[in-house]
Design a protein around this ligand. Sequence first.
Ligand SMILES: [Zn+2]
Length: 284
Amino acid sequence: MYPFIYESYKTITTMKSILENHAALKNIVDNVAEVAGYLWQKGWAERNGGNITVNITEHIDDEIRQMPAISPVYQIGATLPHLKGCYFYCKGTNMRMRDLARWPMDNGSVIRILDDCASYVIIADKPVKPTSELPSHLAVHNYLLAKGSPYRASVHTHPIELVALTHNKTWMEKDVATKMLWSMIPETKAFCPRGLGMVPYMLPSSVELADATIQAIDDDYDVVMWEKHGVFAVDTDVMAAFDQIDVLNKSALIYIAAKNMGFEPDGMTDEQMRELSDVFGLPK
Ligand SMILES: [Zn+2]
């Protein structure tokens, strides 16, 4: 077990950042900050809305493994066996995406999962407690590792037009929204090739919502819509997860633009969408 050292705030702030001399890690955190800025600019991240967690374990060296805890031991609230010895960068609880965009290590932190797979400590740079959504994000990462998935990033955000869609039951039916969104512009099917999984309204942060999200990912979706709330996306890295949400929301905007012009958009035909899948080798 790692010693828990009570650092004074002054000591912590004068310590060097974990990102120094760790170029790969710095690159990941820079990308998280860049995406956080996009989420704010798009109006998808009001106040402290949204979360980002990234599994950074493969970029952890012995120097980082030796770093002492700078927080007490926190319980996750679940035992997640595949996360033993894993490290994550997590947005901090109550922190704003617009602040994280500029100061990622003041508004997020690096955590180490302890050997019991049920608790964690913060190791850098400051004792910024992770998002209250941490248990559900970690449960998803645990699922991804168990499946042997190369996905390392999860993003939760509130894309306005996609959330608006879920206020009508028709769009909540399986793959109805996916088909409409894919048919607006070929790139949406090409770059979000598994479509949009739908999860009915459940209490934010609840175990039920986390379980339903994992079930939807297991049902072969990378982007999962939470009714009247937001999306949860997973991909290899944070930029790729953001891109999947972005292309879906772009399609929703095209749909709205056509409706505003006074007509129901035709959408690409089923045959045109099948051709796309054949030519580009898409999974659906
Ligand atoms: Zn939310």
